[in-house]
Ligand binder design. Structure first.
Ligand code: 2P0
Length: 353
């Protein structure tokens, strides 16, 4: 009984990320290898993040998982793959209170309990799986004392959970290199720049709808790969060029270029969704009105002030050139999408009343 009395536990938090060059389409479904590289900005963990606690004890009889307080199956391939890869890399951990050592051999016999919570709506197209799997891998690395053998090794494991999750292990501006190897070893994320590199940039998220999206990213991109000729052109001809241009724009903090590429890439991603058969619609009328508002503003200003991007859902992520522009943007949003008298302004959802 004494033997079974211990439990080790770690808690970690990981933010969501928003792609400015989108990932859409896999060349390997099992290993989650993409057909193009992508670039993202990691968000502030205060607003959009997952918090995960992982625990291990000889008293646990099986692996178990709770998402937002509700138990769900951990038997899915994506969870199993992450857990297997992390167990295989576990090293000695000393339990402080007893001095007992959990060796690699012991780790291979231990079951894990996982509890994860999001501080934002799940599956509304705000990259909840990205934060979730990044957080799972990071918290397991802390629990099991996993050290990377090469830089980005943990990002490759998070990728097995959800492609975009590999980008959430770093803050700031992050690139997911598509890689070339068949085993996915080189399909890893690297940091391009710290968040503090571009301090003027302000990110504003307009929640247009907190409803669940109709087409999941995973199945949506499968359909696009199968049926969209535009997607092939995008992945092979457009994205490689844009990746280089975007890296340069971030490095030199060239907002006009950053905004141009960000908006163009979001629009091309949604064009490939429309080019899919049957077509996939992620944007709604509010999303399109927001695009119009920003486009008109940028044209009148003579150079881009705000950039917009939309993932697999109608919610907008906008980048303002600086704080003054951000204040202007909020004013314009409130004018164009006035809250109703009953609206709860602390969680005001544009056009979803
Ligand atoms: C992105 N999205 O780059 C793109 C833009 C959505 C639109 O990554 O199947 O949830 O788990 O690898 O990572 C969403 O795809 O899909 C996504 P899986 P994931 O952020």
């Amino acid at each position: 009984e004494e033997e079974d009395a211990w439990v080790v536990m770690k808690t970690a938090r990981a933010p969501s990320n928003i792609a400015v060059i989108k990932y859409w389409g896999k060349r390997d479904e099992k290993l989650i290898l993409p057909i193009n590289s992508s670039i993202s900005v990691t968000l502030d963990p205060e607003h959009l993040s997952a918090t995960t606690t992982v625990a291990a004890s000889p008293a646990f009889e099986r692996d178990r998982l709770w998402l937002n307080g509700k138990e769900v199956s951990v038997e899915g391939e994506r969870y199993r793959n992450c857990l297997r890869e992390m167990r295989a890399r576990a090293t000695d951990v000393v339990i402080e209170s007893s001095g007992k050592v959990i060796t690699k051999e012991v780790w291979s016999t231990l079951h894990i309990h996982i509890a994860s919570e999001n501080n934002f709506p799940t599956a509304a197209g705000l990259a909840s799986s990205a934060a979730g799997f990044a957080c799972l891998v990071y918290s397991l690395a802390q629990l099991m004392n996993v050290k990377e053998k090469y830089e980005g090794e943990l990002t490759a494991i998070a990728r097995l959970g959800s492609g975009s999750a590999c980008r959430s292990l770093y803050g700031g501006f992050v690139k997911w290199n598509m890689g070339q190897e068949a085993d996915g070893k080189d399909s890893i994320a690297t940091q391009l720049a710290e968040q503090s590199h571009w301090e003027d940039l302000v990110i504003i998220i307009a929640v247009v709808s907190s409803r669940q999206k109709e087409t999941s990213s995973t199945s949506g991109m499968q359909e696009s790969v199968k049926t969209s000729p535009l997607l092939k052109y995008r992945a092979e001809e457009m994205v490689p060029k844009r990746i280089g241009q975007m890296e340069k724009a971030i490095k030199s903090m060239d907002f006009a270029e950053f905004a141009r590429i960000t908006c163009a890439d979001s629009n091309q991603f949604h064009a490939t969704c429309l080019d899919t058969s049957p077509p996939i619609f992620y944007l709604n009328d509010s999303s399109r009105r927001l695009i119009g508002l920003v486009e008109r503003w940028n044209r009148h200003a003579g150079e881009p002030q705000v950039a917009y991007t939309f993932d697999a859902g109608p919610n907008a992520v906008m980048f303002a050139k600086n704080k003054e522009v951000a204040v202007q943007l909020l004013k314009r949003l409130l004018y164009q999408f006035p809250p109703s008298a009953e609206a709860d302004l602390s969680r005001y959802v544009l056009g979803d009343q």
